[in-house]
Design a protein around this ligand. Structure first.
Ligand SMILES: C[S@@+](CC[C@H](N)C(=O)[O-])C[C@H]1O[C@@H](n2cnc3c(N)ncnc32)[C@H](O)[C@@H]1O
Length: 270
């Protein structure tokens, strides 16, 4: 396991429900449902689904509630998998601790592989994509959701936070995770087509995380692993800077607009 993977495992083991609770605070703009509900619409014909970086199983549970008969997930964090296993929809699911780079599944076992907000954290991404292709049956579907950046207050948060993240002392710095190619449409197109997938169909979800300034601060705070490296002084300083920088955005009703984009890629194995 790399140092970034060790960080992710212990971060999520300590907060098993954090990722899905955070995602569940948002509603997809123009739709009103959660990201998991909207993303699950991309794989409606699925009969056997593997989720890479499944976390505490929120997406798998959504698919289970829609009657998908075979569900499997892999994640670095056994703590999250234990939470996933307690979901009634996942009582029969095959949930395995481990790396998406070394999948403990047979060739062609799945008709669908999904990965939501996880691929962009993975190293050796060629290996991950090759493993996804190996466990998919020919013609199988791969659907991926990756972070596409913040808007409004979430964009401002990152502008204010980035200089602080850059000066965290080496010993407290959160290890950089992932491969930059997975964070752009062009990079991911190239990775997927080189691994034998058809040209990618792209789509974008805009997720509304607006709320009171306190709520939006908390959502921004919880959205970045790098926050774990800040000491109390820097955290308080960031909060003050964020409050000042977003003051003019607050509506007369006291609402601070904030949203995040998720780029959704769907492709099929040739
Ligand atoms: C932001 S969380 C998203 C979790 C879940 N997909 C969701 O949307 O609720 C990212 C997840 O990817 C997992 N992850 C990161 N790198 C991984 C790898 N190489 N293999 C398996 N899981 C990985 C982490 O442990 C974490 O649970």
């Amino acid at each position: 396991m790399t140092s970034a993977e060790e960080f992710l495992r212990s971060y999520h083991d300590a907060r098993p429900d954090a990722a899905s609770e955070l995602a569940g605070r948002g509603r997809v703009t123009g739709d009103g449902r959660t990201v998991y509900e909207v993303f699950a619409d991309r794989v409606t014909a699925a009969k056997a689904v593997l989720d890479l970086g499944c976390g505490d199983g929120a997406l798998l549970a959504e698919l289970g509630s829609r009657g998908v008969p075979k569900l499997a997930g892999v994640d670095l964090s056994p703590g999250q998998l234990a939470s996933a296993g307690r979901r009634p929809e996942l009582a029969e699911a095959d949930l395995r601790p481990g790396r998406a780079q070394e999948l403990p599944f047979e060739d062609g076992e799945f008709d669908t592989v999904v990965s939501f907000m996880a691929l962009m954290l993975m190293t050796d991404v060629e290996q991950v994509v090759a493993e996804a292709a190996r466990v998919l049956a020919p013609g199988g579907t791969l659907a991926i959701g990756i972070g596409g950046g913040g808007r409004e207050a979430m964009e401002i948060f990152l502008k204010v936070a980035r200089p602080l993240f850059a000066v965290v002392p080496e010993e407290r710095r959160v290890p950089a995770a992932g491969d930059p190619r997975t964070r752009t449409r062009e990079g991911l197109d190239e990775l997927l087509t080189s691994a034998g997938f058809e040209p990618v169909e792209w789509d974008r979800m805009v997720v509304d995380f607006g709320g009171t300034p306190d709520e939006v601060w908390q959502t921004c705070h919880d959205s970045y692993y790098q926050m774990a490296g800040l000491d109390d002084t820097h955290r308080k300083g960031l909060r003050t800077a964020f409050t000042v920088a977003t003051r003019n955005l607050v509506t007369p009703e006291g609402r601070l607009p904030a949203s995040a984009c998720i780029e959704v890629a769907v492709t099929r194995l040739r």
